[in-house]
Design a protein around this ligand. Structure first.
Ligand code: ADP
Ligand code: DP6
Ligand code: CO
Length: 321
């Protein structure tokens, strides 16, 4: 029996990944860029045990079956394939972030699982290999392997689609949670429906590839205001795209719009504050670290707020042979 424990944090994209070129290898239609947070860790322990008849998954104290277990078991199949192993594993994990609420639990979840499972099965992977592996579990997880600001290159194939660090200005994010419940449609399902039914999807793919180039340049130039403007436009475009599916999906609620209104009012007051929103109703405010407490105080009237700074990439915290 071997056991390994890893910790990973969620990441919030400033240029969004929304659409797959290849669902089997989980290759994205475009590249994306994000900041890994220093809050909301996921801790995952993988125990490889020859005596188990099947893989098992315990999340926040509950034994899960169905889709969440299938996703983890398919991921472990990939790890077993790389390791030439056949034994099943027990996965025990806790999320500090709400699960499935648009705050990137699949990113911290599969980044932690990639690190813990590869160690438990005896693999010694480079950061790039870990990013590629995490991508197979959830695309956004490729970026949670990396600390701070990461670019996930769309790539041409499995080998070239991975995330790595990129230069960026000092920044903070205020997470404004308005709803902790699991979203009704998962990112995975919504993404497929978007590509299959939205007439706007081709324009999203072309424009996001161009947006990413501008974002990488704005980050390298240290221009936080431009980074924020590009990020907010990209997020609102993604939500417009998602709302254009058939049947439509709307992640934004009236509570999300209330937060967006307040961010606009803060900007009118001269505060550098820009919104981004993942596939869920919760809003994340990109800002200057010095102004984060003020923004968090302001939004506390309408949301539960947490200030985040750039955080560490996924890491192994314990391994027992
Ligand atoms: P989110 O916005 O939270 O990333 P997704 O729809 O992308 O939402 O993914 C949510 C799914 O990710 C969960 O239903 C579960 O299948 C998986 N997941 C979340 N956290 C973990 C974890 N710690 N370990 C394994 N799988 C996880
Ligand atoms: C809106 O990485 O959760 O958060 O690859 O199917 O697991 P799968 O999807 P996932 O999608 C993330 C979508 C997003 C944008 C982003 O994080 O870039
Ligand atoms: Co996700």
């Amino acid at each position: 029996m071997t056991q390994a424990t890893a910790v990973a944090h969620p990441n919030i994209a400033l240029v969004k990944y929304w659409g797959k070129r290849d669902a089997t290898m989980n290759l994205p239609a475009t590249g994306s860029l994000s900041m890994t947070l220093d809050v909301f860790p996921t801790t995952t322990t993988v125990t490889v045990d020859e005596t188990l008849a099947a893989d098992s998954l315990e999340l926040d104290g509950c034994t899960l079956e169905g889709t969440p277990l299938d996703r983890v078991a398919r991921f472990l199949d990939i790890v077993r394939g790389l390791a030439g192993a056949s034994a099943h594993a027990r996965v025990v994990t806790t999320n500090a972030v709400p699960t499935g609420a648009g705050l990137a639990s699949s990113a911290s979840g599969f980044a932690a699982l990639a690190v813990a499972a590869s160690a438990a099965y005896g693999l010694d992977l480079t950061p790039r290999e870990l990013s590629r592996l995490a991508r197979r579990g959830s695309g956004s997880a490729s970026r949670s392997i990396v600390s701070g600001v990461a670019v996930w290159h769309a790539g041409d194939d499995d080998e070239t689609s991975f995330a790595e660090p990129t230069a960026a200005p000092d920044m903070a994010m205020v997470i404004a949670t308005v709803e902790e419940r699991e979203k009704p449609v998962s990112s995975r399902v919504a993404m497929v429906r978007t590509a299959e039914t939205s007439p706007f999807y081709p324009a999203w793919v072309t424009s996001t590839a161009e947006t990413l180039e501008r974002m990488v340049d704005a980050c390298a130039a240290g221009d936080l205001d431009l980074v924020g403007r590009i990020a907010e436009t990209n997020a609102l475009r993604m939500h417009a795209l998602i709302q254009s599916c058939d049947p439509p999906i709307r992640y934004l609620t009236s509570a999300s719009l209330t937060v967006l209104d307040r961010i606009e009012a803060l900007r009118a007051d001269g505060v550098l504050a820009y919104a981004t929103i993942d596939a869920g109703p919760n809003v994340v405010v990109l800002c200057d670290p010095a102004q984060a407490p003020r923004i968090a105080d302001d939004l506390a009237a309408v949301a539960s707020t947490v200030v985040a700074r750039p955080g560490p990439g996924a890491r192994l915290v314990e391994a027992v042979a």
